[in-house]
Write a protein that binds this ligand. Structure first.
Ligand SMILES: [Zn+2]
Length: 337
């Protein structure tokens, strides 16, 4: 269930790593974020970043607490402070790149860009870098929009920031977890409905991030998705019955179209049928009977009727999703509109 506030509690003392002397030979310098005149070395596992303390202290309350602790006596002669953090260096580098250059989200390739956005939101939340969290969540909302028409487009159209995937991707598991972490309910509907599209085995296997961590849905969200998946398949079957219920009143070939509607439905019941009922997502009934296939020939009026009825059915199911998924109803405006 969502937490009451996007702000996390301030880091407790035991979370603040001590300032320690750098062990020699155990780490390597990062090639991008190493400034010889930097006054802070952050060691993320085996990678050292030498940067400037001031901006971090100014913008991150967590780093402010961490870096204003009394220095150990044996560290007083170091030219700059050294702190060790538990973050994976790839993830922390995404955060640093966003913090220092503001363009971590705009990598050209799809996967790293998603990974970058995911990392800056998770770590931005941890270190209380609120503007970075807000920017990352806005990027995520571009690909997981909480508005029907934008969501429909997002399934097929490449965005400027990163491409939408043509198939459901288990990265939606990570998006659900980010929505929970940051209390961003607008991400829940599009991310959870994509989870419903995943093969259950894929859903159970989770999403492996580039830092090697495998993310799973919480037990609550997993149950929510499995229950919703069954309901969405039922609703899809009912929608198909309505879409293929019969010829339009203005049909140009009532006998031919009636026969084709019957065939389209009947073929769904045949063993080995490629198309079957499923949770709401990328498969369209209008494509099942349309496109280049000539198995199903409808008059133009009935063909148009199929498109419009399907569009209506999809929108109706979309509007039911908060109830089906047991998530908060909310306006379909953007995150920060
Ligand atoms: Zn017709």
């Amino acid at each position: 269930m969502p937490e009451p506030s996007r702000k996390r509690p301030r880091t407790s003392d035991e979370d603040v790593p001590p300032v320690v002397q750098l062990p020699s030979g155990a780490t390597k310098k990062d090639d991008e974020f190493w400034f010889d005149d930097g006054n802070l070395i952050i060691v993320a596992q085996d990678v050292e970043f030498r940067i400037y303390k001031g901006p971090l202290v100014k913008h991150s309350p967590v780093f402010r607490d961490m870096l204003t602790l009394p220095q150990p006596a044996d560290a007083s002669d170091l030219s700059c402070a050294v702190v060790h953090i538990s973050e994976h260096p790839i993830s922390f580098k995404h955060l640093l790149r966003e913090f220092m250059t503001g363009n971590a989200c705009r990598l050209p390739d799809d996967k790293p860009a998603f990974e970058a956005v995911s990392a800056i939101v998770r770590l931005g939340h941890k270190y209380e870098l609120d503007s970075i969290v807000k920017k990352g969540l806005t990027c995520l909302e571009d690909i997981y929009p909480n508005e029907f028409r934008r969501w429909t487009r997002s399934l097929r159209v490449s965005g400027e920031i990163f491409a939408a995937v043509s198939q459901p991707s288990p990265r939606c598991i990570s998006v659900v977890n980010i929505a929970r972490l940051t209390d961003t309910p607008s991400l829940l509907r599009p991310a959870l409905v994509e989870c419903c599209e995943l093969d259950p085995k894929e859903l159970m296997a989770g999403y492996r991030r580039e830092d090697g961590v495998v993310e799973q849905l919480s037990a609550d969200d997993l149950a929510r998705v499995l229950l919703a998946r069954a309901e969405l398949i039922r609703l899809d079957a009912l929608a198909a019955l309505r879409i293929f219920q019969g010829v339009s009143t203005r049909c140009k070939d009532p006998a031919g179209c009636a026969r084709t509607f019957r065939d389209a439905l009947w073929n769904l019941t045949k063993p080995g049928a490629k198309t079957t009922f499923g949770p709401m997502g990328r498969r369209r009934w209008s494509e099942y009977v349309g496109g280049l296939r000539d198995d199903y020939v409808f008059c133009t009026v009935c063909r148009h009727g199929i498109y419009s009825q399907e569009s209506e059915e999809r929108q109706n199911i979309w509007e039911l999703l908060p109830s089906i998924l047991d998530i908060p109803e909310m306006p379909t405006l953007g995150l920060f509109d």
